[in-house]
Ligand binder design. Structure first.
Ligand SMILES: Cc1cc2nc3c(=O)[nH]c(=O)nc-3n(C[C@H](O)[C@H](O)[C@H](O)COP(=O)(O)OP(=O)(O)OC[C@H]3O[C@@H](n4cnc5c(N)ncnc54)[C@H](O)[C@@H]3O)c2cc1C
Length: 424
């Protein structure tokens, strides 16, 4: 696939982190053509990570969330269409159909529609007091509910659920957090760190129910009053936060020729792209909606993290202008819960070996490494690093992850005398 020689009209659908990165980068590279940014949310584009952190806690107001102040948008010379959903794509005629029954033509299109929170009907969708947390409206609603006190049940102990639970406890709200997995965020962090996290939540007063799912939300007169767990127990709630994940926002692409991933067939959902984010002739995708081909594994991978959205957006901007893109570097995430400010580069997870090489999990200051195991079960290379309270060291270890450095002797010897080292 190749880019159209010289696009004159760039259309970006999705006005958030990835969309912003695209439009800023094309301008930075001297693109003087028309740029239209279409977004279904009202107002100026804002950042999502603070929604479950500073905004929810009431520490930031909404203005602080803006990705760029109004003057900077004006300087970019971008036509921003807020509160305007794209409802269809006619790739043959290179047109995006909008909710207001108009269509907009493009020479280059970037799909940056992100993801939508999943809300299964069985979990009280439509009931008062039950909600997801994906956008500003959700966050303000949840903040309002927490301010009124009551009791919060968080369904799902992933990034969003665990962060919201921590904020709610900070506000003095009683919280029960439920997850069918044995520990919070265990698939991402691995057992050892997840156990530390579980202890933090319990120490903060969260009633943590792991290893059990939520069967249904119970209600009275259209308002949630609690949840029934799979083990039959009932937990009272005035607010239920459903934080069970997000799915790429691709509904509007139905019937277009854009290749979409099927979880069973491709192992991933979202817009299937090559290793530079191109999905079809004149069409690219970036951010949470995009599943880029990983040249190392030969499989498509979708990242739901903020840095990836920006990096993919910038790479796509270069590619559509026919320039050599700087490809996204290592996966990176952070998560704030209580005094923990976890940051990670590279691969992490339950299937990998884990060793603390400096500090300790119990102190809360540590550097932990993740590594893929060889045939004998021993870790071979440094494939990921997770730190808390040692941000400077993160950069050093980032290079080791980039180099896939051999598993260090200090980690192996740490195994001998540390309880905190597993799988070695
Ligand atoms: C509560 C919360 C906390 C998070 N915390 C962290 C964190 O701590 N660290 C981290 O790395 N990441 C975090 N993330 C993830 C991070 O916010 C996302 O990876 C990032 O926002 C992805 O950017 P994006 O532009 O690809 O998609 P999105 O931010 O989802 O933006 C897509 C935009 O497109 C719009 N859209 C969708 N469909 C259409 C349509 N048909 N027409 C027009 N517009 C459409 C959406 O409404 C949205 O405005 C968090 C996410 C949430 C929800």
């Amino acid at each position: 696939m190749s880019a159209a020689p010289e696009p004159r009209r760039l259309v970006v659908v999705g006005a958030s982190a990835a969309g912003l990165a695209v439009v800023e980068e094309v301008r930075r590279r001297g693109f003087t053509g028309e740029v239209t940014l279409i977004g279904d949310e009202p107002g100026l584009p804002y950042d999502r990570p603070p929604l479950s952190k500073q905004l929810l806690a009431g520490e930031w107001d909404t203005d602080r969330l803006l990705l760029r102040p109004r003057e900077q948008w004006e300087a970019l010379g971008v036509t921003h269409l807020p509160a305007t959903a794209a409802v269809g794509l006619d790739a043959g005629n290179a047109q995006v159909r909008l909710v207001n029954r108009t269509a907009i033509e493009y020479d280059a299109l970037v799909i940056a529609t992100g993801a939508r929170a999943v809300h299964p009907p069985s979990l009280g969708a439509g009931l008062t007091g039950v909600q997801v947390l994906r956008d500003l409206t959700d966050a303000l609603r949840l903040r309002g509910a927490l301010a009124q006190g009551g009791r919060l049940v968080v369904v799902g102990a992933g990034f969003v659920g665990a962060e919201a639970a921590a904020v709610a406890r900070g506000m003095g709200v009683p919280v029960t957090m439920v997850d069918p997995l044995p520990l919070p965020m265990v698939n991402v962090l691995g057992e050892e760190v997840a156990r530390t996290l579980a202890e933090r939540h319990e120490a903060a007063g969260v009633d943590l129910r792991c290893g059990v799912g939520v069967g249904e939300v119970v209600s009275e007169g259209g308002r949630a009053t609690g949840v029934v767990l799979d083990d039959g127990s009932v937990v009272d709630a005035s607010t239920v936060l459903v934080a069970v994940g997000a799915r790429p926002a691709v509904d509007w692409l139905a019937g277009s020729d854009v290749p979409l991933g099927d979880r069973r067939r491709d192992g991933v959902e979202g817009v299937l792209c090559d290793e530079r984010g191109q999905a079809a002739e004149r069409i690219w995708a970036a951010g949470d909606v995009a599943a880029w081909l990983d040249p190392v594994t030969g499989r498509h991978r979708r990242s739901e993290h903020r840095l990836a959205a920006a990096e993919e957006g910038r790479a796509v901007a270069a590619g559509l202008l026919g320039a050599e893109p700087t490809l996204p570097s290592l996966p990176y995430f952070w998560s704030d819960q209580y005094d923990l400010k976890l940051q990670s580069y590279g691969a992490t997870g339950r299937d990998l070996a884990f060793a603390v090489v400096e500090g300790s999990l119990s102190d809360g200051r540590f550097i932990g490494l993740y590594g893929h195991r060889g045939a004998d079960g021993r870790p071979l290379t440094v494939d990921g690093v997770l730190v808390n309270g040692m941000a400077r060291a993160l950069r050093t270890w980032r290079q080791a992850v980039l180099d896939r450095a051999p598993w260090p002797a200090e980690a192996a010897s740490a195994a001998a005398d540390r309880v905190s080292v597993t799988h070695l």
